[in-house]
Ligand binder design. Structure first.
Ligand code: ADP
Length: 600
């Protein structure tokens, strides 16, 4: 099993072998009822298959002696019964196995999504979304297929094969021994072919992942694609991926289909052999009846299917295991950030936030911030300024506990946030960023997501406060207007006002604003600024802004450079100091003569 090298590296050594047991255990626990029913039905199907072959003797012998009416009737009834029972059992088997399988798919998808939601932001930065899609959809189906395969092979195919071989031996022991000696030869051929099949399958999976990726990048990056005329490049990428998959699919079909002519020829030879052997009566014992021979040939031919499935079971198993392990690997991946075991509820009084000697590095990279001591006073506005890469966003990330500091502590009213529940921490916070993510639902639902229990009136009130009500009312269906995938129907300013409305509705104590007024025209900016001023009233507000004009009135400004605090104070204090802030200020306002912009 260790030769399966196409799987992403496992988080724990040896887990893959235990995977099947884990999966079976999980499956049986939830879907045991259906699997049990399926197994009973399979036993019936297997028995009826063997009986079919066995009854050929009676059928043929009765046909050659049609005078015996009683026997004709009995045999006919028996045949009807066998086929009816087999049909019914097959139905029960299909339905119960499908139900159990669908249950497994749903269970696995729930489980993996649950786990994904628990993952930290870092996990999503490092994992491609097309990879996630592939793992969740394909992986869950593979998990289902795996259980299906194991149950079906172990029960139906194995029992059917045993039953049929028993019939063969019962009817023609000598011929049976001869065929069983021949059988391995056939299987060697099949195995050889299946070796190729396996290699192709893993390449095909990679191709399918690429198709998903191209599609996804097309959907999210369509603007960039159009602006830079990348259609040809994208087309070429898709063409390549699709072509690869097509080519592999064709080779696969050829390889799979080649077993048919091989088997057909062999079957013909088997029947001819039997005919010939019966004619010469090689065993020299009692002459065999036509019925016995027919029964034997039927059993032999019927044994081919289950034998084929059993022989390729291991190969099919490998393919499915590869798929299912992609899913398990996702579930087993360590959480990039976790709640402490005895996490407490965070209760805020003042809403003051402090960084105590905080250092942090992303992954194994250089420190993004180091030795930070920051004080964000409760109810006041604090601004973070500094050049790009200075560490401003990192501070916000640490505040929201998307990451844990490498050293030092982040305190909310004196409580280290490492020891509080995510829920209680984040419910105190609200965030308005430069890029507002919108769900593809109505405007109403998009605002409400910050406080799901809010009434329609409360949502509208928040929208009014954020200066969003006016434009929402003008939309075709007002608050019920769909915003399109990630808000494509809205302008930048409108999206930001929706974000501000969300923040209003949340009534959080700590408000984080990330360049919320960048890239807006002056009318929108006026609205957005006014909305922001209202929403930050009484909240501990932390603003990142490149445009100094938006933060000149802040109660305190931290000037950051290369992950450290260069200076801090009010705008007036900092300007007087003639340091880093002064330089930034002069850059933006074009010199000392514009210092009158400063509020008194
Ligand atoms: P700012 O917000 O001031 O522009 P950031 O906090 O985003 O600065 O970045 C600080 C440093 O951390 C930069 O050197 C940046 O390259 C690095 N950085 C930011 N985000 C990541 C990330 N997800 N992974 C690795 N490095 C990052």
């Amino acid at each position: 099993m260790a030769e399966n090298s196409n799987v992403a590296p496992a988080s724990k050594p040896g887990w893959k072998d235990g995977m099947i047991f884990r999966l079976l255990k999980m499956g049986m626990k939830r879907q045991g009822k259906y699997y049990a029913l399926g197994v009973v039905a399979m036993i019936a199907v297997a028995s009826m298959s063997a009986l079919t072959a066995w009854s050929m003797q009676a059928i043929v012998d009765t046909m050659t002696d049609p005078g015996n009416r009683g026997r004709v009737a009995a045999v006919s009834l028996m045949v009807i019964a066998i086929f009816a029972i087999k049909g019914f059992a097959t139905y029960v088997q299909s339905v119960s196995m499908a139900r159990a399988g669908n249950g497994i798919v749903a269970q696995q998808q729930r489980r993996v999504y649950d786990r994904l939601l628990k993952q930290g932001v870092d996990f999503f930065n490092l994992t491609e979304s097309s990879d996630l899609l592939m793992r969740v959809t394909h992986g869950a189906n593979a998990a289902r297929g795996l259980i299906d395969l194991i149950v079906t092979s172990m029960v139906r195919d194995l029992l059917t094969l045993i039953g049929l071989v028993a019939v063969m031996f019962y009817q023609q022991p000598v011929l049976s021994i001869a065929s069983i000696i021949l059988a391995p030869l056939i299987f060697v051929g099949i195995r050889l072919i299946l070796g190729f099949v396996r290699a192709i399958m893993s390449q095909q999976m990679a191709g399918m992942a690429e198709i998903l990726k191209v599609l996804q990048e097309t959907s999210t990056g369509i603007r960039v694609i159009k602006i830079f005329s990348l259609e040809k490049v994208m087309n070429a990428r898709m063409e390549k991926a699709v072509g690869e998959v097509e080519k592999r699919a064709n080779s696969m079909v050829r390889l799979e289909a080649i077993t048919s002519p091989m088997m057909e020829t062999l079957s013909g030879m088997a029947i001819a052999g039997v005919v010939w052997l019966s004619a010469v009566n090689i065993t020299g014992g009692e002459p065999t009846t036509a019925g016995q021979l027919m029964s034997f040939v039927t059993a032999l031919l019927m044994a081919y299917e289950p034998a084929k499935r059993l022989s390729r079971m291991r190969v099919s198993l490998e393919g499915l295991k590869m798929g299912a392990s992609m899913l398990f690997e996702l579930v087993d991946r360590d959480l990039t950030i976790r709640e402490s075991r005895d996490a407490k509820e965070l209760k805020l009084t003042e809403g003051a936030v402090r960084f105590e000697d905080v250092s942090f590095a992303y992954g194994s990279g250089e420190k993004a911030v180091s030795g930070l001591n920051l004080e964000f006073q409760g109810g006041k506005t604090t601004a973070l300024v500094g050049e790009s890469g200075a560490g401003k966003s990192t501070i916000i990330n640490l505040l929201m506990r998307f990451y844990d500091p490498t050293s030092g502590r982040v305190l909310f009213d004196g409580t280290d946030i490492a020891g509080v529940t995510f829920d209680s921490l984040r419910s105190q916070m609200s965030f308005v960023g430069q890029d507002t993510f919108l769900f593809s639902s109505s405007v109403m639902e998009n605002i409400r997501c910050s406080r799901p229990e809010a009434s329609d009136e409360e949502v509208m009130e928040a929208a009014r406060a954020a200066h969003a009500h006016e434009f929402i009312e003008k939309m075709p269906q007002g608050y019920q207007t769909p915003v399109g995938e990630n808000g494509t129907f809205l302008s930048g300013g409108q999206r930001q006002r929706l974000a501000i409305a969300r923040a209003f509705l949340r009534r959080a104590r700590v408000l984080l604003l990330d360049e919320a007024t960048s890239a807006l025209d002056s009318v929108s900016e006026g609205f957005v600024k006014e909305g922001l001023a209202r929403v930050s009233e009484g909240a501990t507000t932390i603003v990142i802004a490149h445009r100094l004009s938006t933060i000149l009135e802040a109660d305190r400004i931290y000037v950051l450079g290369q992950g450290q605090v260069l200076e801090y104070g009010t705008a007036a204090e900092l300007l007087a100091r003639n340091g880093a802030f002064r330089r930034l200020y002069d850059q933006q306002f074009g010199g000392v003569e514009r210092a009158e912009r400063l509020p008194e």
